[in-house]
Ligand binder design. Structure first.
Ligand code: HEM
Length: 151
């Protein structure tokens, strides 16, 4: 039987892969297609809505699992007094920044779609999703480092 801590690690890693993967694919493929006028407004709205829902669901999962992992494995001394703890705090900050970028990008996309402008919607969200993708890649690098042996 896995413990609550094991379950937290599994859920945390699962959402890390799914969320960052979804944001990367939206940035890499969906936005360029919409910018070129090759995606209809309904399709873009549906993708945007899926990304926003995933981002909000992931927020609950990251705060719950990450909070449990940080409290159980690190404690406040480990978090504030060690290099690995500082990386966990960096992870927390980057999660917040990435979430804000996806939310703002999604809001801009919705505003333009409300007046029927697909290309503008894609252009308006582009920079936010690109920045969110960079944050996501850095998050996975930090996660990969923390998953390795403590050196
Ligand atoms: C509320 C935000 C977050 C908190 C508080 C948090 C906290 C933590 C903690 C405490 C660990 C365990 C580190 C260790 O075992 O030494 C961890 C691992 C990890 N985190 Fe986060 N995290 C957050 C968000 C994220 C996000 C947004 C991602 C990626 C999208 C992410 C990806 C990972 C990965 C891949 C691991 C490695 C899991 C493993 O050891 O196998 N985390 N996180």
């Amino acid at each position: 039987m896995p413990t609550a801590l094991t379950a937290a690690y599994i859920l945390h890693t699962l959402f890390a892969g799914v969320w960052v993967g979804a944001v990367l694919l939206a940035t890499w493929k969906v936005v360029p297609l919409a910018k070129g006028g090759d995606l209809g407004p309904d399709a873009l709205r549906s993708i945007e809505s899926g990304l926003t829902t995933l981002t909000r669901l992931a927020a609950v999962v990251f705060v719950a699992t990450g909070g449990h992992m940080a409290a159980t494995v690190y404690g406040s001394e480990g978090l504030f007094g060690t290099g690995r703890g500082h990386l966990v705090l960096t992870m927390l900050t980057l999660w917040f920044v990435m979430t804000a970028l996806v939310e703002v990008g999604g809001r801009r996309m919705r505003s333009a779609l409300d007046v029927g402008k697909v290309r503008t919607a894609a252009r308006d969200a582009d920079a936010f999703l690109k920045a969110a993708s960079v944050a996501g890649l850095v998050l996975l690098v930090i996660g990969g480092y923390l998953a390795g042996p403590a050196v």
